[in-house]
Design a protein around this ligand. Structure first.
Ligand code: HPA
Ligand code: ZN
Length: 323
């Protein structure tokens, strides 16, 4: 096996709904008697040509219609963990979109219960320790997010933190100041997507206004030299997703991806798969593409894998075990 598949690593930027493979979508649709707009594998697969973030989000939300029961959420999560194990992932911090399920009439307890039942067995079954992060949809209101956070807290949902995802541009961090304050007061860890399609100000605002401890994507930070200096000095973790950025046209080509420049600027970057069922690969394919494109050697691969473990919210003892 190649080194990028065996190096112990943490996956920190992963949407569990984005691991729903087309085959599983059809299987769950059949199980739940749901008629899909693209009912065959060929027709469904033909939808996976994206022009930007929104064109992906439209399909990603539509495909969630097949997730109905706790067992559906558990099967999806277990399938990811099996793939992640093969990719050398030893710790995974997994986002899910509670509002996307509530909006379809699926109770929080169903989504959380199903995901958690798979995560509960993860360490024993796959050797992967896990944490669950509730990601809030930035194109919905802060009031909606606050109500869902309160519901999660009241239900004592087993989440370690909150994040911010979905349509970035026009939905800046300033919209979610109260949400992040409430989550921090509840003792939750804080992450946010920023600088994927949004400019560098989304990254600095996520740090300054929300207190984000980790930035998901962050690639457009590279456009602001003062911000790059700050991110390097503070070693702010950036969970970069190269294949996602190519498929959503955040970069023109992998060759044009800023990751090499981010590394040479001393940034704390790690490599993640984002929505692997949609973007052409799990974390080991992201590593393999980087090796093929940039010729990264063992030193860089070890640095990226080490960054992922150090940037995780795993217990210190677990980090020490993996480093
Ligand atoms: N960006 C924003 N929102 C998302 C993504 C992403 O890559 N994946 C799932 N929701
Ligand atoms: Zn993402």
């Amino acid at each position: 096996m190649t080194i990028h598949a065996t190096l112990p690593k943490a996956e920190l930027h992963l949407h569990i709904e984005g691991t729903l493979e087309p085959e599983l979508i059809l299987e769950l649709a059949a199980r739940n008697n749901i008629t899909l707009p693209h009912p065959t594998l060929a027709e469904l697969r033909a939808q996976y040509e994206f022009t930007d973030l929104q064109s992906f989000l439209d399909l990603y939300y539509a495909n969630m219609a097949v997730l109905i029961t706790e067992a559906d959420f558990a099967d999806m999560t277990r399938a990811y963990l099996r793939r992640a194990q093969a990719a050398g992932v030893r710790h995974a911090e997994i986002m899910f979109d509670p509002q996307a399920h509530l909006g379809r009439g699926i109770p929080l307890t169903t989504a959380v219960g199903g995901i958690e039942s798979a995560l509960a067995g993860s360490e024993a079954e796959f050797g992967i320790t896990t944490g669950l992060i509730a990601a809030f949809l930035r194109d919905e209101t802060e009031e909606s997010a606050l109500a869902v956070l309160d519901e999660l807290l009241a239900a004592e949902a087993p989440i370690i933190g909150i994040g911010l995802d979905s349509a970035e541009v026009g939905n800046p961090p300033s919209k979610f100041i109260r949400l992040f304050r409430r989550a921090r007061e509840a003792g939750l860890r804080l992450v946010a997507h920023a600088g994927e399609e949004g400019d560098a100000s989304y990254v600095s605002d996520a740090l300054d206004l929300l207190g984000a401890e980790r930035i998901d994507h962050g690639i457009r930070a590279i456009e602001d030299a003062a911000l790059v200096k700050r991110l390097a000095a503070d070693q702010v973790p950036l969970t970069v997703c190269p294949l996602s950025n190519v498929r959503l046209r955040a970069v023109d080509t992998l060759a044009a991806h800023p990751l090499p420049q981010m590394l040479s600027s001393g940034l704390n970057v790690c490599v993640n798969s984002d929505d692997p069922a949609y973007f052409g690969g799990y974390v080991e394919q992201n590593f393999a593409s980087l090796v093929a494109e940039f010729g990264f050697g063992t030193d860089i691969l070890e640095r990226l894998a080490g960054n992922s473990i150090r940037s995780s919210f795993a217990a210190d003892a677990r980090k020490a075990e993996l480093l």
